[in-house]
Design a protein around this ligand. Structure first.
Ligand code: PHE
Length: 357
């Protein structure tokens, strides 16, 4: 019995994990373990022998069970200690400087534009940047042979060999979201659609990816006068000035009739732009009354409804408001530039709280 005791207590002391401990338990005090076999031998003993051996065997069994339980607790303590050691974290380290990150001017201006149009009852809609040429062109009254397709410097997606369906395009403007919004919500409708667009073009004021915000309002009695008022209100709020003068120049877009490009009066004295005064004019957007064919393509009856639409360059109005001279720097991810032109992330622009402060 002393041998058994020495053997099992030794094994228990050396067990490396709970699985090894369980193997020892089965071999020692399990139903068919060595202690149980010894208990069976009690029957063959004389009563005197049994009186000594019985309690001794029970004591041995208790001792082994106690050793197993103690070792099990020690092993799980060790496992916890190991976890605490490897997951250690110094919570007394200083925090990161609070202005390490900032909002990109594009994000800031998108939020400003959204806040202004939200105040006038416009919801925000989004569409995919990779779109079919039906949404980007055909539905907008730009059929396959139309010169506007070439003018847009479109990026076409490659198709698998032998796949003759028309290719997808990187959308060249946010106007396809007009169609998607009409399909999704019908008339009446008032949405703006901000987002990235793509054209193969690159110089100081053009990058192959840039941002636009589309505006679309459809109702029973909408005219150019509504368009003019909405744009004037927008420009005043956005540039944070009391008065602006807008110039509507006759223009042409296949998806609007009539069409107008809109300039704002400004001055460039000493290289800085001032909006609302001076003798210069600066083009900021294209606009017009939605073409009946476009309403039709969006599932809206042009006999009953009319609308206006406009498309404005977000990067462009960001450059103007914040005096950023080169568009290409917007997308260089230069931390020094981002720190200089970035905005505090928690200052949400609102008309009452201040747009850009
Ligand atoms: N989609 C035109 C562009 O990219 C802008 C525009 C939008 C013009 C809506 C009229 C109406 O230049």
């Amino acid at each position: 019995m002393d041998d058994l005791k020495a053997k099992y207590l030794g094994d228990i002391a050396e067990a490396a994990d709970e699985a090894a401990l369980e193997t020892i338990r089965v071999a020692a005090v399990g139903k068919k373990g060595e202690v149980a076999l010894k208990m069976r031998e009690l029957g063959k003993m004389t009563p005197e022998e049994r009186q000594v051996a019985g309690p001794a065997l029970n004591a041995l069994k208790d001792e082994i069970n106690a050793a197993l339980a103690a070792k099990k607790a020690a092993l799980s303590d060790a496992a916890l200690d190991e976890r605490l050691r490897t997951e250690w974290l110094d919570v007394t380290l200083p925090g990161r400087p609070s202005r390490a990150g900032s909002l990109h001017p594009i994000s800031q201006v998108t939020e400003e534009v959204t806040a202004i149009f939200a105040e006038m009852g416009f919801a925000v809609a989004e569409g995919p940047r990779i779109d079919t040429d039906w949404y980007n062109f055909d539905a907008l009254n730009i059929p396959g042979h139309h010169p506007a397709r070439a003018e847009m410097d479109t990026f076409y997606m490659a198709r698998e060999d032998g796949d003759n369906r028309p290719p997808h395009v990187l959308r060249t403007h946010t106007s396809p979201v007009q169609i998607r919004s009409m399909e999704a919500h019908g008339a009446p409708l008032r949405v703006i659609c901000p987002g990235g667009v793509y054209r193969a073009d690159y110089d100081q004021t053009h990058t192959p990816m840039f941002h636009q915000v589309e505006g679309l309002a459809i109702d029973k009695d909408i005219s150019m006068a509504n368009l003019k008022w909405v744009l004037e209100e927008f420009v005043k709020s956005y540039f944070e000035v009391d008065d602006v003068e807008l110039r509507f120049r006759a223009s042409h877009f296949p998806f609007t009739e009539p069409s107008a490009e809109v300039d704002i009066r400004c001055s460039w004295e000493g290289g800085t732009l001032k909006v609302g005064e001076g003798d210069d004019w600066l083009e900021i957007l294209g606009s017009g009354m939605v073409h009946p064919k476009v309403l039709q393509a969006g599932g809206i009856d042009p006999e009953q409804w009319q609308g206006f639409a406009f498309g404005m360059g977000i990067d462009r109005i960001a450059m103007l408001k914040y005096g950023i001279p080169d568009l290409r720097a917007f997308f260089d991810s230069d931390l020094r530039w981002l720190r200089h032109y970035g905005f505090a992330a928690l200052d949400v622009p609102t008309l009452r709280g201040g747009l850009s402060r």
